[in-house]
Ligand binder design. Structure first.
Ligand code: RNT
Ligand code: ZN
Length: 428
């Protein structure tokens, strides 16, 4: 527990250190405040969703753990999100999945969802002044049982998912219009096969054609930004993923050549070979794409979607965005789900870790490092990079939390424990 004076003093000492490296900490804090991170609603209920008839995960993603207190309806989920948001500094958006529709007993399937099915979310977001993002839910549904959706050879199943994705874009654009901020609508499909396909080409052609139809309708970029998420494999779909990295790299170029200007590629940190990281990919993608979406996640030995911590990989990603001057062009969204710990705490840990890594990157004396490199002084570059890793960014972080009126250090745990005792424990 630090008091205000200690936080301020540590901050001032840190600011003086950073100033020696030519970094203005006050300016960095102003910048950090403006950078939204989209917080995924699905950590709050283990990706169950609110539809009642369908829902849950399938298609190679999995949430494990039975920690008590999981949100059972929209109001509980929103209440949990409210608490998390009071404990996280900076700007959040809330990322919804179509499976968080509130249907109130109406028998309507995902291909016919409408904006009104999200009216409670929209009203809630409006009241709090937070923006929303959106995702069609192409899993956890009987029509996704084959692990094929947009690339299903059966025309009627494909039609259902195409219509669902079109409906999602319509809803997302409506929300963007209503809230006055663009909604990022990210399409991820689980499509793949457990064992070696005999015709990889055929499913990819179907996926391309389905996406062409889905994205044919143009919406203003002030309301809607589309994204497509690539992946390597999932449990049960180990041998083949239709929407691979190469597929979507090609697809985004193809779609843009056909006038779909606002389509971006989504890189999820867990969607590559276990030793392959996304940091090196960022500069290449920013060179050829105006925008990029990153799913901040933590894979442990596979795409396990563990709660994000401020580990080397997250730091690396943020540093690469900074070095490419990419903040502002890169959209950041968290994507993890752990049902084995307090779910509100999971959000707070993951979002704070993400922001901490953004801060550390913003504080990096990047210009100095680039100057050394340009001068061919690689020894000094490495020495400086090493030094930069342990500059006192934590003191700047504490100051940021204090200035934003959220608990400093692990003090936020008190609020989570109290909420667990007073609210979550009653949800048995
Ligand atoms: C799955 C993708 C996708 C999902 C969410 C729930 O591997 O990462 O982003 O996690 O849409
Ligand atoms: Zn993802």
């Amino acid at each position: 527990m630090q008091n205000e004076k200690m936080i301020r003093q540590s901050y001032e000492a840190a600011a003086a250190v950073y100033a020696q490296y030519g970094v203005d900490t006050d300016a960095v804090l102003q910048q950090l405040k403006q950078l939204p991170v989209s917080m995924h609603c699905w950590q709050g209920d283990d990706v169950t969703g609110l539809e009642r008839t369908a829902g849950g995960v399938s298609g190679g993603i999995m949430s494990t753990g039975a920690y008590p207190g999981k949100a059972r309806n929209g109001d509980e989920l929103r209440s949990d999100l409210d608490l998390a948001m009071t404990l996280i500094p900076g700007r959040q958006k809330i990322n919804l999945h179509a499976s968080y529709a509130e249907l109130d007993g109406e028998s309507v399937d995902r291909d016919a969802y409408e904006t009104r099915h999200f009216s409670r979310w929209i009203a809630w977001a409006k009241e709090r002044g937070v923006a929303l993002d959106f995702n069609p839910t192409c899993f956890g549904h009987p029509k996704a049982a084959d692990n094929l959706t947009l690339s299903h050879p059966d025309e009627s199943i494909r039609r259902f998912w195409i219509d669902h994705c079109k409906a999602s874009r319509r809803i997302a654009a409506d929300i963007g219009k209503e809230l006055g901020q663009p909604v990022v609508n990210n399409i991820w499909v689980p499509d793949g096969m457990k064992d070696m396909p005999a015709d990889r080409y055929a499913y990819r052609r179907l996926l391309r054609d389905s996406l062409d139809e889905i994205l044919a309708e143009r919406y203003p970029a002030e309301y809607l930004l589309d994204a497509v998420e690539c992946k390597l494999f999932g449990v049960g779909v180990e041998s083949y993923t239709v929407g691979s990295h190469e597929f979507y790299m090609g697809y985004v170029a193809h779609a843009r050549a056909n006038g779909c200007d606002h389509l971006m590629l989504t890189l999820d940190m867990g969607h590559f070979h276990p030793t392959e990281t996304i940091a090196d990919k960022i500069s290449s993608l920013l060179l050829f794409n105006p925008k990029l979406l990153i799913h901040v996640s933590r894979g442990v030995k596979w795409d396990s979607d563990h709660v994000v911590i401020s580990d080397e990989q997250v730091f690396d990603v943020m540093r690469e965005i900074k070095r490419a001057s990419g903040f502002g062009r890169v959209y950041l969204a968290t994507d993890f789900f752990d049902g084995s710990i307090n779910r509100v705490a999971a959000w707070v840990i993951g979002l704070r870790a993400t922001q901490k890594a953004i801060l550390a990157a913003l504080l990096e004396p990047t210009e100095k490092l680039k100057a050394l490199e340009q001068a061919g002084r690689y020894t000094d570059r490495l020495a400086m990079m090493e030094e930069a890793r342990s500059l006192p960014y934590t003191a700047v972080w504490d100051q940021f939390c204090a200035a934003e009126g959220v608990p400093v250090g692990a003090d936020w745990l008190d609020a989570v424990h109290a909420y667990e005792n007073e609210v979550l424990k009653l949800r048995q």
